[in-house]
Ligand binder design. Structure first.
Ligand code: ARG
Length: 694
């Protein structure tokens, strides 16, 4: 839709025709959007209606827009429909030309243009010595697609695997390792399944206080970095885990660069010092915390003026304070005379009451009896003292103020535990500091299950308070948490194996491949396939189906994992087979394309005469928009939907239009080729290996 942004609309109202001309020109130049119907006449009309305009309704406004449209080879014709829709018919020649250009210059010319130069995608990030679970599979698949889309948009992407390789559990693991293998030589086989090793050591840890103490000391020894023995044991455990993770990444064709929690450990004191210097870190019963307030800061409320006089607000504090009985106050009706200020008090007092007298509520009434100010003067010092004791009063250029935050309080972010140790949050703060300052990332994207949303919200809020991130979220550098829902089993509960253990990813992928192979053997003439072909196709389709089943959902929704459904998924198979058709068509006709290529000039070769051809062509042009939308909103399902629609449009075209041997052969072959190019790119962005034979 050629829709004008709201900010421009208001300018248009001021300078109608000049502005329309300019704006449309800009839109046309940028090929802003490719649908062909605009409702701008109506929205414009609603803005100028009743303001002395010469127009008599949206239709004349539409006609005026139409008359003033700049000439452009993008537009074939224009008409007004209904109450004022402007139908802009895009020129078929223009569509064809753009597709031809893409074929000549490559699909990279259709890559979205983003304003970020460097992004970090923090994804997969399993925990050492534990099995990667389906949640990590989702993170791996979603994160990889996001990284691929950004890379396509020429963003420098750092693919970070923030593995859980640090923390107190290592004390227990190391001690257990020493106990089982006193001579220090261990192999993968010795440890066997790391998950079981982890469980055995945990059992030992929980059941024996002496072991617990040794484990605690082992953490200190490891983290001090001075004793080689501990470092070595830690490195061994990490290495065994890493090899397990690598197997999964290899199968999925995902590349990641490991920079685990341990990497950021040395930066924690630095990052925390910066936060502390900014007054953000507070003591909380031995722990160090950052108080996170969700919401915006409002103007402070003055409690005492610069010259030491009590403010107007302080009288009201005192009035209220004097009314608050010690016990169990549920409601206080606070009656104030002046209107317009009560909301501010309400917020301030909501905060105070939440701390002081849990459960108290204040109700304000706009007009009413004002409590005598002088009456409350005696209470002012008492009220202010209490507010001060609660840490609510701050100095602000000699005045005493209460900072008001609009929004709710959330539990604080613990950055140093009572025993002085660091935790998941301190590591993430240090990682964020590092990513912003050392790696100069402009966009940092974290892909984890939605369960970690609160954690990241707090980390981002702390970073904003420290000025590491701009308060305005539309500005860079910025952070985004890409949350995703749970993977459920057929029983509607978390996806687990029968023994209620987490599902191992290698088993899951094995199973997908096996089932796919069975389906293939049933479907194809096996004699025509080499064993290798069968194997590779089973992998491509099996793993591809796992990925597609995941990516096609809006990531926030939980989805039910079901092999049969996944592999028989109509949409999934349709895409695989259509892709094959396109490719087949393309390969078969290679020799015919040859002469077109040789002529080196595709100009005018594509015609898009029928409705189906035009629709397919138009959809091809929308590819760039689809990727941009998927990329900026971090929603891979948008790309899946695009691919699905593309295969449908291709089917219509292919069943309606004869390609080989038709009078329009060259043009249609080019359309096939363009479809193949775009489809292949979609597959690439979704991390799915295309198959050329099914
Ligand atoms: N290891 C964590 C987990 O398994 C995920 C880490 C995500 N990244 C981060 N920077 N916190 O839940």
């Amino acid at each position: 839709m050629v829709c004008l942004p709201a900010c421009l609309l208001s300018r248009i109202v001021q300078f109608p025709f000049q502005a329309i001309y300019i704006v449309l020109n800009i839109l046309l130049m940028q090929n802003f959007s490719l649908h062909n119907n605009s409702n701008n006449a109506m929205s414009l009309w609603s803005k100028i209606k009743g303001k002395g305009t010469e127009f008599r309704g949206p239709q004349p406004v539409g006609q005026a827009i139409m008359r003033n449209l700049p000439t452009s080879d993008m537009i074939e014709s224009c008409s007004i429909a209904g109450p004022g829709f402007i139908n802009v018919k895009l020129s078929t020649q223009w569509i064809a030309k753009r597709i031809q250009n893409m074929l000549t210059d490559g699909i990279d010319t259709w890559a979205p243009r983003l304003s970020v130069k460097r992004a970090i995608v923090d994804f997969s990030s399993p925990n050492i010595a534990k099995e990667m679970h389906v949640g990590h599979l989702r993170s791996t698949i979603i994160g990889d697609t996001i990284a691929r889309m950004l890379e396509y948009a020429k963003v420098d992407v750092l693919r970070r695997n923030h593995v859980g390789d640090w923390g107190t559990q290592f004390g227990m693991l190391i001690e257990f390792l020493f106990e089982k293998f006193p001579d220090g030589e261990v192999t993968d086989q010795d440890i066997g399944e790391l998950e079981l090793f982890y469980k055995a050591s945990k059992q030992r840890f929980d059941g024996d206080d002496e072991f617990k103490e040794r484990a605690r000391k082992a953490v200190v020894a490891l983290q001090s970095g001075k004793e080689e023995k501990y470092q070595k044991a830690w490195a061994q455990i990490c290495e065994i885990s890493r090899r397990g993770f690598e197997k999964v990444y290899e199968r999925l064709g995902v590349h990641l660069e490991e920079m685990g929690e341990s990497f950021y450990n040395p930066y924690i004191p630095l990052a925390l010092k910066e936060l502390n210097d900014k007054g953000l870190i507070k003591d909380d019963e031995g722990a160090k915390v950052i108080k996170i307030i969700e919401g915006k800061k409002a103007l402070p409320l003055v409690a005492m003026e610069k010259d030491g006089r009590y403010s107007y607000a302080s009288t009201d504090f005192a009035a209220l304070w004097s009314l608050l009985p010690e016990e169990e106050v549920k409601w206080i009706i606070f009656v104030i005379l002046q209107s317009g200020t009560e909301e501010k008090y309400q917020k301030a007092w909501a905060q105070i009451c939440e701390i002081n007298r849990k459960g108290s509520k204040i109700v304000y009434q706009r007009q009413g009896v004002h409590l005598g100010e002088s009456l409350n003067n005696t209470y002012i010092p008492l009220a202010l003292e209490e507010l001060d004791d609660e840490g609510l009063i701050e100095d602000d250029e000699d005045a005493k103020v209460i900072k008001i935050i609009e929004g709710n309080k959330v539990p604080p972010l613990i950055v140093t535990k009572t025993d002085g140790g660091y935790n998941y949050a301190s590591t993430d703060l240090a990682a964020l500091w590092y990513r912003l300052n050392e790696e100069k990332a402009e966009w940092i994207i974290y892909v984890t299950d939605v369960g970690q949303r609160e954690h990241f919200k707090k980390i981002f809020a702390a970073a904003k308070s420290a000025g590491w991130l701009p308060a305005d979220e539309s500005k860079y550098p910025k952070t985004s948490h890409v949350g995703f829902g749970l993977v459920l089993g057929d029983d509607g509960k978390r996806f687990r194996t029968r023994s209620t253990e987490v599902v191992k990813l290698v088993d899951l992928l094995d199973q997908a491949k096996r089932r796919c192979k069975e389906a293939l053997v049933e479907r194809v003439k096996v004699a025509e396939w080499t064993a290798e072909e069968l194997e590779q196709t089973a992998e491509a389709v099996g793993y591809g189906a796992v990925k597609y089943a995941d990516l096609k959902n809006n990531r926030l929704t939980n989805y039910t994992f079901n092999y049969d459904q996944m592999l028989n998924d109509k949409a999934c198979l349709m895409i695989f087979s259509h892709f094959y058709m396109v490719i087949l068509q393309y390969i078969c006709c290679m020799h015919m394309l040859e002469y077109v290529r040789l002529s080196e000039n595709l100009e005018g070769q594509m015609l898009l005469q029928t409705d189906d051809e035009r629709k397919l062509g138009l959809h091809l042009l929308q590819f760039a928009e689809a990727v941009e939308e998927a990329c900026t909103n971090l929603l891979p399902n948008i790309l899946c939907e695009y691919l699905y629609d593309l295969s449908e449009k291709f089917t219509s075209f292919y069943s309606e239009c004869k390609v080989v041997g038709s009078a329009e052969e060259t043009s249609r072959l080019l359309l096939c080729e363009a479809t193949a190019v775009v489809m292949r790119k979609c597959f690439h962005l979704l991390g799915i290996t295309p198959v050329y034979k099914i």
